[in-house]
Design a protein around this ligand. Structure first.
Ligand SMILES: O=C(O)c1ccccc1NCC(=O)[C@H](O)[C@H](O)COP(=O)(O)O
Length: 275
């Protein structure tokens, strides 16, 4: 009997849209021209020394909307929010550049780059080398690579190319099995996303379950569903080096104060030793 085809997950649908938009951009700006832009771009910053701690560090996200929550916040000028994050002490700023579901853009990333000196993460669904070059040309220092969105060979290739461009890849996993794939690709910065990108369910126990599989010298990031300082303190106890926070920060009255509160809640965490 023929196997029943698997239903497309939310992640599959997002990536299909990303590939369509990407094709249009590649048409408008061929890779050679993009490489020329990168040649004129300042080298990427290395966020790893700060992300190792001591204390839980914060990656603060510029996030207008999401597939799970819809509209989150009006962010007419992302540089204003980014400046508040930097003032609060964020170790890095994540800028969503996916347009269809998150209402972000590469223009947001370029604008934030021009406004703050903090390391920047291009938060998107990266599936091709072209997007790494785009990230670098727009001033990103880090890129997200999602294990569930790539086959292991593609992941390893993109990881190696990102590193050769000076980018620091944040390799995202959701379960224990994906940790092995991330490490095989060379990951030194692993994010455990509490949100299952296939269903959008948030599993609050994900970090506690998955983090023990991540070796000691690898920096561990807890992603998604962090609501408040108490969550940061719990994640610190579970071995998180970094929290990546979107919704709670874009919805708060004062993002600088919120980042400071999160840093204070995780201040006791020890530094992660080098690998
Ligand atoms: O946020 C979503 O709904 C989402 C859905 C599908 C793919 C990715 C998604 N989010 C990307 C992220 O990783 C989060 O923006 C990030 O971890 C911050 O999460 P939160 O603090 O819960 O806003």
């Amino acid at each position: 009997m023929p196997a029943t085809p698997r239903a497309a997950s939310v992640l599959d649908e997002i990536i299909a849209g990303v590939r369509e938009d990407l094709a249009a951009r590649e048409q408008a700006l061929p890779l050679d021209a993009l490489r020329d832009l990168v040649a004129d771009t300042a080298p990427a910053l290395d966020p790893m020394p700060v992300l190792r701690g001591p204390g839980v560090q914060v990656i603060a996200e510029v996030k207008r909307a999401s597939p799970s929550k819809g509209h989150l916040a009006d962010i007419p000028d992302p540089t204003v929010l980014a400046a508040r994050y930097a003032e609060g002490g964020a170790a890095a700023i994540s800028v969503l550049t996916e347009q269809r579901r998150f209402k972000g853009s590469l223009e947001d990333l370029r604008a934030v780059r021009a406004a703050v000196p903090t390391p920047l993460l291009r938060k998107d669904f990266l599936v091709t080398s072209y997007q790494l070059w785009e990230a670098r040309a727009a001033g990103a220092d880090l890129v997200l690579l999602i294990v569930a969105g790539l086959d292991p060979h593609e992941l390893a290739e993109l990881h190696a190319e990102a590193v050769s461009l000076g980018l620091t890849p944040l390799v995202e996993v959701h379960d224990e099995d994906e940790v092995g794939v991330a490490l095989d690709a060379g990951a030194r910065l692993v994010g455990v996303n509490a949100r299952d990108l296939r269903t959008l369910e948030v599993h609050r126990d994900a970090f506690a379950r998955v983090a023990p599989r991540i070796p000691d010298g690898v920096v561990r990031v807890a992603e998604s569903g962090v609501r408040d300082a108490a969550d940061v303190a719990d994640l610190a106890d579970q071995g998180a080096d970094v929290v990546l926070v979107g919704e709670a920060l874009v919805r708060t009255g004062d993002p600088a104060v919120a980042v400071r509160d999160f840093l204070a809640a995780g201040a006791g965490a020890p530094a992660r030793p080098p690998l």
